[in-house]
Design a protein around this ligand. Structure first.
Ligand code: F6P
Length: 533
C-alpha cells in the first residue's frame, strides 16, 4: 500500500521547497485550505501535487471514508477494548439520534450537560453550597485526559473567565497538592475529582490529601466527582447527585467536551462552554463533508505522514504564537502520542514503519530564544507547525500582537529560505570583516533553509475557535491512525509502568526490593533509602 509514497522518497528528500514555489506561481493558494474561518497553509513543505495525489489515494485505500462513517455511527471501532468511539456525541448539539447498540445516546448527554450547567450556574451565582459562603476557587484533581484538556482550555480562554478561579492538581508529587492548595480557603474551594476510572493512583491519592486538607468527611459537600464509576465515587463519599458521569465510549484524552470539562464550564459559564462545543461540532461537520483535498483534518494528517514517512522526519514541533495556548503542546502530546504511539496494527501484526512522530513544543516567541537554534541549524530536521490568531484579545496592545505575528511569519520564512554562505559573507563584509575572521564566522551564519513548516491561522482564540482547533487535532490523529491501520483509541502502553509502580511502592517504604527487580533498580532503591531516617 505504501509503494507509491515510498517510491517518492528520494525525490522528496532532495527537492528544494523554494523550487516548488518557483515552478508554481499558485502554490501559496494551491497548497493551502481556507475553510471554516481557518487557513491551513502547507505550501512551505516539500509536498508536490503528485505527492498529494498519492497521499489522498492512500487515505482512500485505507478506507478512511468508511471508517470515519463507522466512528460517527457509534460502531465499535476501538476493537481491542470492544468499545465505540463517540466523543463527537458530546459536542453534537443536533437532534439526529446517535445509536450505540440501538440506543440513542444523545438524550443522556443532553441531560448530563443540563445538570452540569445547573450546577455550574449555582456555583457561579453563589447559591451553592448554600452555607452563605461563595465558592471563589475550583481545584480539578485529575491526570492525563482528566487534566490536560480542561487545563489547556481554561488557560486558553482566560479572556472569557467570569467565574471562580480554576486550579489543577495532577502530579502524585506532593509538591503539586501543596503548592496548589497553599493560600486557598477550604470553605470557599470546590474540589472536582476527575477520573474516568476512579482508580488512578495519582488522582485518588491527591483526592484523599485534598479531603484531609479540606477538613475530612464534613467537607465532602464541596467535593464533586466526574467519572464513569459511580459506585467508586460513593465509596469515596461523593453521592450520586454530585457525580457527573460519562460512558466508556469517551476516551480520557478525548473527554474535555463532557463532564471532564466542568472546570472550564465553571470558569467561562455554560453559554461560552456551548460555544466551545459548537466549534467542535462545526469541525465534525467539515471533517465529514469536505473533499479530502479540502478537508482540514485530512490534509493536516497527510502533511504529517508526508513529513514522517516520505521525508523521514521523526518529530514534530507545535509552536502556537499565542501565549494562552501554552499547554496545547502538552495536550497534543497525550492526544497524539498516546493514540498513535503504537507498534502493532489493529490485528496485532507488527507495523513495518514507525507510526506517529514525537510531538513537542512551546509557545512562540519564547521558544525562539530557547530551542529554535536546533530547528534552524541542527542536523535533525524538525517539521514545525505554527499557529497564530489574526487578532488578539488586547486591542490596547496592538503593537504586541503585530510583533507576535511578524515573528511567527519570520520563522517559517527563515526555515524556508535559509541563508547561503555567500549571503552570510556579504553581510559580514558589509560589517567590515575580511580575511580569516570572515571565512571562519561565515560558516556559523549559514542556514540551510529548506525546512518544512505549516501555518494555521485562526481569526481570534474564542471558545468556538478553540473547539474547532481541538476537534481538528482529534480528527487528524484519527486519520493518521486509519492510514497506519492501528487502533488510536487504546493505550496499553501505559499499563506495565503502572503495574510495576504498584509493586515498588511497598519496596520504597520497606527498602526490600522485589526479587524480580533489576540490579540497577535494587541499587537505586538502596541509595534512596540511605537518605530516609
Ligand atoms: O495512564 C493513562 C490514562 O489511562 C489516560 O489514558 C487517562 O487520560 C489517564 O490515565 C487518567 O485516567 P482516569 O481518568 O481514569 O483517572
Amino acid at each position: 500500500m505504501w509503494t507509491t509514497l515510498d517510491g517518492m522518497r528520494a525525490a522528496a528528500q532532495s527537492r528544494k521547497i523554494a523550487d516548488l514555489f518557483a515552478q508554481d506561481a499558485e502554490r501559496a493558494t494551491g497548497f493551502a485550505i481556507t475553510a471554516e474561518g481557518l487557513r491551513f497553509d502547507y505550501s512551505k513543505t516539500s509536498m508536490d501535487a503528485a505527492g498529494r495525489t498519492a497521499l489522498i489515494a492512500q487515505a482512500e485505500a485505507a478506507g478512511l471514508a468508511q471508517k470515519r462513517a463507522a466512528m460517527f455511527a457509534g460502531e465499535k471501532i476501538n476493537e481491542t477494548e470492544g468499545r465505540a468511539v463517540l466523543h463527537t456525541a458530546l459536542r453534537n448539539l443536533g437532534e439526529t439520534p446517535v445509536l450505540v447498540e440501538g440506543q440513542d445516546v444523545l438524550p443522556e448527554i443532553r441531560e448530563t450537560r443540563a445538570r452540569m450547567a445547573r450546577f455550574a450556574t449555582s456555583v457561579r451565582d453563589g447559591s451553592y453550597p448554600g452555607d452563605g459562603r461563595r465558592i471563589t476557587d475550583v481545584v480539578n484533581i485529575g491526570i492525563g485526559g482528566s487534566d490536560l484538556g480542561p487545563l489547556m482550555a481554561v488557560l486558553a480562554l482566560a479572556p472569557y473567565h467570569d467565574g471562580p478561579k480554576c486550579h489543577f492538581i495532577s502530579n502524585v508529587d506532593g509538591a503539586d497538592a501543596t503548592d496548589t492548595l497553599e493560600g486557598l480557603d477550604p470553605h470557599t474551594t470546590l474540589v472536582i475529582v476527575a477520573s474516568k476510572t476512579f482508580t488512578t493512583q495519582e488522582t485518588m491519592m491527591n483526592a484523599r490529601t485534598a479531603l484531609a486538607w479540606a477538613g475530612g468527611a464534613a467537607a465532602l459537600d464541596r467535593f464533586v466527582a466526574i467519572s464513569t464509576a459511580e459506585a467508586r465515587c460513593a465509596e469515596f463519599g461523593i453521592p450520586a447527585e454530585r457525580v457527573f458521569g460519562f460512558e466508556d465510549w469517551v476516551g480520557g484524552r478525548y473527554s474535555v467536551w463532557g463532564p471532564i470539562g466542568l472546570s472550564l464550564m465553571l470558569a467561562i459559564g455554560p453559554t461560552a462552554f456551548e460555544g466551545f462545543l459548537e466549534g467542535g461540532q462545526a469541525m465534525d461537520l467539515h471533517f465529514q463533508s469536505a473533499d479530502f483535498a479540502e478537508n482540514l483534518p485530512v490534509m493536516l494528517a497527510l502533511v504529517g505522514i508526508w513529513n514522517q514517512q516520505v521525508c523521514g522526519h521523526g518529530t514534530r514541533a507545535v509552536l502556537p504564537y499565542e501565549q494562552r495556548l501554552t499547554r496545547l503542546p502538552a495536550y497534543l502530546q497525550q492526544l497524539e502520542m498516546e493514540s498513535n504511539g503504537k507498534g502493532v496494527a489493529m490485528d496485532g501484526r507488527p507495523l513495518d514503519r514507525v507510526a506517529g512522530p514525537v510531538v513537542w513544543g512551546e509557545p512562540g516567541t519564547n521558544g525562539q530564544h530557547a530551542f529554535y537554534q536546533l530547528i534552524h541549524q541542527g542536523q535533525q530536521v524538525v517539521p514545525c507547525e505554527f499557529l497564530v490568531g489574526a487578532e488578539g484579545h488586547e486591542p490596547a496592545l496592538g503593537e504586541h500582537h503585530r510583533a507576535l505575528v511578524a515573528n511567527c511569519l519570520a520563522q517559517s520564512e527563515a526555515l524556508l529560505k535559509g541563508r547561503s554562505e555567500a549571503e552570510a559573507r556579504a553581510q559580514l563584509a558589509a560589517k567590515g570583516l575580511s580575511g580569516d575572521a570572515l571565512d571562519q564566522l561565515a560558516k556559523h551564519r549559514v542556514f540551510s533553509g529548506n525546512r518544512p513548516s505549516t501555518t494555521l491561522v485562526y481569526p481570534r482564540l474564542t471558545p468556538f475557535v478553540l473547539g474547532q482547533l481541538v476537534a481538528l487535532y482529534e480528527h487528524r490523529v484519527f486519520v493518521e491512525g486509519v492510514i497506519y491501520g492501528i487502533n488510536s483509541f487504546d493505550q496499553w502502553g501505559v499499563e506495565l509502568g503502572k503495574e510495576l509502580a504498584g509493586g515498588l511502592l511497598e519496596a520504597v517504604a520497606s527498602g526490600q526490593a522485589p526479587e524480580a527487580a533489576s540490579e540497577s533498580t535494587k541499587a537505586l532503591l538502596t541509595y534512596i533509602r540511605s537518605f530516609q531516617s
